[in-house]
Write a new protein. Sequence first.
Length: 332
Amino acid sequence: MRYLKIFLVLALLITVAITVFNTYKNTPLAEPKLEANKLNNTTDLWQAPEENLINQEANASEILYGKELIQNTALYLGPKGSVKSISNGMNCQNCHLEAGTKAWGNNYAAVYSTYPKFRERSGSLETIPKRVNDCFERSLNGQALDTQSKEMIAIVSYIKWLGSGIIKGDKPVGSGIIELAFLDREASTEKGQVVYESKCQSCHQANGEGLLSSDKKSYAFPPLWGKNSYNDGAGLYRLSRFAGYVKANMPLGASHNAPILTDEEAWDVAAFVNTQARPSKNLSKDWPNIAGKPIDHPFGPFADGFSEKQHKLGPFKPIKAKRAEMKKNKTT
Ligand code: HEC
Ligand code: HEC
């Protein structure tokens, strides 16, 4: 009997010890968000903080609503949206993969650390809400969200939370879109069509207009061109953004360390898709300083003398060289 008691007491003590050990093992001592975002060395890719840490935040419900809006934008703000009808049926997540957390998946890692930021496109200092509205007006070919609205506050809260462990000014490795090396030739729409038909069409459809989900409110496969796609003022309309995005993310399942397309295929399919019909935006207020246009911005006038066609499809290396030359002449 006495031995049984001793045994039971010992068993209890061991259980308590194990529980205490496990609790401490799973509880980081420092601020958990910082820990999750920290990079051990420069070759480490950014990782989003653990989603369950959201609940520790005072504004958890705001952050969670923001995440929901990024993932299911169309249900709230699309043509049949429950809150407002101000966008084309696409979700932010169609382009900012995994709710803006995927490495090289056009994620939001560097947004909170680098905004407000001067941007040449608008020629002004842009805040996060302004940048979010750029995507509403261009990528979602829609209208801006009221900056005081519950929805904008939620989206910004989520983006802030994602990037809150990153030191101001830092751009973690893996944030945004990968930069592919320029080809030596013009990107080929003919070769791109072949890539499209063999590797993209099964999901994005022969007419490029995607496929709606069974709820008819959002897309199972989002459109790549046509009336419900991004407009010609959107980031993806620039060849380098499209090529970099698909290289690390498409066909669905590809990633930066397991890409499916070669660089050439990525540039060529970008050329094919971005020469199909899509909505156009009045861009007359963009690029007040024309010398600030990116090499692959496809609308003139340009300060470097190259044609719109070459700015759209390349070859880009001669433009890059000429610009470097112009810059050198200016400073000497
Ligand atoms: C059709 C694709 C697409 C959709 C849909 C889209 N975006 Fe974007 N977004 C982009 C591209 C491309 C960029 C520019 C990335 C670059 O230049 O590296 C961008 C940039 C951004 C940035 C700035 C990122 C940075 O690091 O500077 C924010 C913030 C953003 N988008 C928010 C949103 C939000 C919020 C939504 C939904 C309302 C949305 N986007 C929908 C394609 C899209
Ligand atoms: C197996 C299906 C599938 C294939 C094949 C596929 N995609 Fe996608 N694609 C998707 C899905 C699904 C999304 C949206 C991802 C999300 O919301 O998480 C997407 C998103 C995109 C986007 C951003 C959203 C948009 O509509 O503008 C682009 C650009 C894109 N794909 C290009 C391509 C290209 C180019 C190919 C061929 C090289 C390709 N995809 C092949 C399923 C596919």
